[in-house]
Design a protein around this ligand. Structure first.
Ligand SMILES: Cc1cc2nc3c(=O)[nH]c(=O)nc-3n(C[C@H](O)[C@H](O)[C@H](O)COP(=O)(O)O)c2cc1C
Length: 228
């Protein structure tokens, strides 16, 4: 083989290697960007003008929402009400937990939240942040899996899931904890003039599959929310 033909082959090999390295790095960067990113939320307000008594007296399940965005401030407040840390030295939260084991996780399915790309996020009480798990509006998938019409038009929904392997001492604890968190969300939504409803009428496996939730978690409640 002549020298110039050899050089040409070598050049093609080098270019191909450079292209595939570039492609590999680009894909890795894109994946990094689309999952695992931490989003800091506005700090929650620790005081308000609506009394607990008014919230208890007037709270109702709301299943119709205006087609308007909810704000990051509202999402932050709702997530804090569900599981926010209120005593950092001990990690205690807004809702009680048997032996402080905290056997629930809260996820946000964001469809129309101003300042937040549509996607699935996990709420991290420590640091009051969101961890992006996947991009794109998952509400359609959630609606199909749960078969509950109010999910469709809601700008966002919470999923409260139980961590099954940490609930070993008593498998009922995760359901009880989910109930406490859910009532907090009802009351907080009321003070924000938002509507919500707690839903348990769905097949947990179907919802888990639709959102690709971890194997050792079981979705207990879905709480769509939005402006009423
Ligand atoms: C364990 C549980 C499961 C529920 N599941 C659903 C549900 O799947 N879909 C729904 O629209 N509402 C559901 N709800 C809401 C109830 O229908 C609602 O709380 C009830 O009608 C009383 O109305 P109120 O919340 O306005 O007081 C559920 C409530 C609880 C406590």
């Amino acid at each position: 083989m002549k020298m110039h033909a050899l050089r040409r082959i070598l050049a093609v090999v080098v270019i191909a290697a450079a292209c595939s390295t570039y492609l590999f790095v680009s894909i890795a960067v894109a994946q990094e960007k689309s999952s695992g990113a931490m989003i800091t939320m506005p700090s929650p307000k620790l005081d308000g003008s609506v009394s607990v008594e008014k919230g208890l007296a007037e709270r109702r399940s709301v299943r119709a929402y205006k087609p308007e965005a909810v704000s990051m401030e509202e999402v932050s407040q709702i997530l804090w009400a569900a599981q926010g840390i209120t005593e950092p030295s001990k990690g205690y939260r807004t809702a009680p937990s048997a032996r402080g084991t905290y056997v629930i996780h809260v996820y946000l399915v964001a469809g129309n939240v101003s300042g937040l790309p549509a996607g699935l996020y996990r709420y991290e009480p420590k640091g009051h942040t969101l961890v992006k798990l996947s991009e794109g509006d998952k509400k359609g998938d959630l609606l199909k899996a749960a078969g509950q019409a109010p999910i469709g038009p809601a700008p966002a929904a919470l999923i409260i899931s139980g961590v099954t392997d940490r609930s070993a001492a008593n498998p009922n604890w995760m359901y009880l904890e989910a109930g406490h968190a859910s009532q907090n969300v009802y009351l907080q939504a009321f003070t924000l003039k938002l509507g919500t409803v707690t839903m348990a009428g769905f097949k947990p496996e179907a919802v888990s599959r639709a959102l690709n939730l971890p194997e050792k978690e079981q979705p207990i409640y879905i709480m769509p929310f939005g402006r009423k």
